[in-house]
Write a protein that binds this ligand. Structure first.
Ligand code: ATP
Length: 279
């Protein structure tokens, strides 16, 4: 990890139309350094995907600013933005929808290579990326339906990383995969982004995987960051009551099963009443 900050988003507010409007993100700030993996965790609806879309330049936040490699993402002109945003790549939950079913997978990885070349970076070959993500290089001429879900996600990762991004935004990249491949795909992503010196925003509800791969973690609830800090420190001693409740939902190793977070309204109020704990 280096001291170079690739992403610096501050005071993000994301609202969706409605009456009243939905405040999905309410004042979230986050920084990611080169080579660093930062996880966003929190229950469904806490605003994780909305943060991801704002920092990736998909949705414009209602308030706040996203700075990427020192420049304001929201202030880029259309042409410059299309060119420069190849340095931010995304991996989504479902590789079946993110890969084009009618194109050979090698050609799709070549799109990433072309994007890197357009930024003046040295060329590479799709086979090299297949090798890096643990796939048979002979498979470059196949079509997406000839692969398993886990293999398709490896291809989507190869395509994203072939573009040599400075930031990879991964929104639930392992949740559609078989349990047996989830950890290995997550670990692969982490290793490759740190090898490339890129930063990664990793969104997952799999807390055991987050614990394993994230350098830092932000815990969100109701659109706000409740706790943020070094992953190991948070797991060793969660300080915010919401974090304690969330970590209590990890399946117990003794086989006692998943402990649901089923808070009462009073408990929820206690979480939002306690000020955030940030590093
Ligand atoms: N396009 C939209 N229009 C209206 N409301 C939306 C829209 N997208 C998200 N929301 C709402 O914004 C809030 C945050 O949603 P978001 O998808 O960011 O949360 P999340 O933590 O990523 O959830 P999940 O883990 O289920 O994906 C939720 O209340 C959601 O219903």
């Amino acid at each position: 990890m280096s001291d170079r900050i690739v992403l610096d988003a501050h005071d993000l507010v994301v609202r969706y139309p409605g009456s009243p409007p939905v405040v999905a993100v309410d004042g979230v700030s986050l920084r990611i350094s080169a080579g660093e993996t930062v996880a966003l965790v929190g229950e469904s609806g806490s605003g994780k995907s909305s943060v991801a879309r704002a920092v990736a330049g998909i949705d414009r936040p209602a308030e706040g600013e996203v700075r990427f490699d020192g420049g304001a993402v929201t202030a880029l002109g259309i042409r410059r933005r299309a060119r420069e945003l190849t340095a931010i790549q995304m991996v989504f939950q479902d590789p079946s929808t993110s890969l084009n079913p009618r194109r050979r997978v090698g050609d799709q990885v070549s799109d990433g290579i072309t994007a890197a070349r357009a930024r003046g970076l040295e060329g590479s070959r799709p086979e090299e990326w297949f090798e890096r993500v643990g796939l048979d290089t002979a498979a470059v001429s196949r079509f997406p339906h000839q692969f398993s879900g886990g293999q398709k996600q490896r291809i989507a990762i190869a395509r994203a990383l072939a573009a040599r991004p400075h930031l990879l935004v991964a929104d639930e990249p392992i949740s559609a995969l078989d349990a047996s491949t989830q950890t290995s795909v997550a670990a692969l992503m982490r290793d490759l982004v740190s090898e490339l010196g890129a930063g990664m925003l990793f969104i997952s509800h799999d807390l055991a995987v987050v614990q394993r791969i994230a350098d830092r973690t932000l815990v969100m609830y109701g659109g706000r960051v409740m706790e943020s800090g070094d992953t190991a420190a948070i797991w060793a001693a969660p300080r915010h009551p919401y974090t304690r409740a969330l970590l209590g939902a990890i399946p117990k190793p003794d086989g006692a099963g998943r402990v649901p977070v089923s808070p009462t309204a009073a408990e929820r109020a206690t979480w939002t009443d306690v000020p955030p704990v940030e590093d």
